[in-house]
Design a protein. Structure first.
Length: 82
C-alpha cells in the first residue's frame, strides 16, 4: 500500500511540476492541459491494454500483500491466545 501511495504522490507531483513550468513559460492553461494529456491521445488500443494490465498488476499485488500481512498478524494473535 505504501508503494502505491508513493507512486501516486510522485506522479501527481511531477504532473504539477510540468504544469507549473509550462505556465511559467507563458503557455495558456488550455494548452498546458492539452500537452499534459497528449501522450494518452496518441496511444493505440494495444498500448491502452498494456497500461491497464500493468496498473491492474500493481494494484492486485499490493492488495494480496496487504491480505497476506493481515492474515499473518491474525494467525499470530490466535496463537498467542492459546
Amino acid at each position: 500500500m505504501k508503494i502505491l501511495m508513493v507512486t501516486g504522490l510522485l506522479a501527481v507531483s511531477l504532473i504539477f511540476l510540468i504544469i507549473a513550468l509550462d505556465l511559467l513559460m507563458g503557455t495558456s492553461l488550455s494548452e498546458v492541459f492539452q500537452k499534459a494529456t497528449n501522450p494518452f491521445r496518441v496511444m493505440e488500443p494495444g498500448e491502452y491494454i498494456v497500461v491497464i494490465l500493468f496498473t491492474l498488476s500493481v494494484v492486485i499485488r499490493s492488495y494480496f500483500s496487504v491480505l497476506k500481512k493481515k492474515n499473518a498478524s491474525a494467525s499470530v494473535e490466535e496463537d498467542s491466545d492459546h
